[in-house]
Design a protein around this ligand. Structure first.
Ligand code: SME
Length: 162
């Protein structure tokens, strides 16, 4: 079976997400394997938006451990409260960092990444089970609109767990 994304090219960011979200839902519906689904979601986001790095860290033995991603190699493990990812996990909320230099404790996996969004992923009981991390090598790419839609992506993952 062939799998292909259809994302309109000459439209704004919101329209791209609006087109992408139902396709993500269809892509992972009926597939119980979480790693397969996170891998496809990372690939679909990278293909749609071309970010520097996009992927997941998953909670394992009280640490965040690198999961499926697209982009250059990255840090493998992070503790709760450390870096943007560990802070998003600890505080159970999304974090938009327009300039990583201005986030105390930011963990630099790549010197090319200058701007970042981290969104928690919850299980059906609202416990954080991982985070979705997006990194850009540009200052003018990520914004609050991405936070809004990446939270929708996170909700699609939660829904797939039930
Ligand atoms: N910058 C992140 C670490 C993960 S990488 O960017 C892929 C942080 O501070 O949590």
């Amino acid at each position: 079976m062939s799998e292909e994304l259809f994302i309109p090219s000459n439209v704004g960011k919101s329209e791209k997400y609006t087109s992408l979200l139902p396709q993500l839902e269809a892509l992972i519906s009926g597939e119980p394997d979480l790693i397969a689904n996170l891998a496809n979601i990372s690939a679909a986001l990278k293909e749609t938006f071309g970010w520097w790095w996009v992927g997941f860290y998953w909670v394992k033995n009280n640490e965040l451990v690198l999961g499926p991603f697209q982009g250059p190699i990255a840090c493998t493990r992070m503790k709760s409260g450390k870096g943007v990812c560990g802070t998003s996990w600890k505080d159970e909320k999304s974090i938009f960092v327009p300039d990583v230099e201005k986030f105390p404790g930011h963990i630099s996996c790549s010197s090319s990444s200058v701007s970042e969004i981290v969104v928690p992923v919850f299980d059906v009981d609202r416990k954080v089970i991982g985070v979705l991390d997006v990194d850009s090598e540009r200052f003018d790419v990520l914004d609050e609109n991405d936070v809004y839609f990446l939270e929708k992506v996170s909700e699609i993952i939660t829904k797939s767990l039930s």
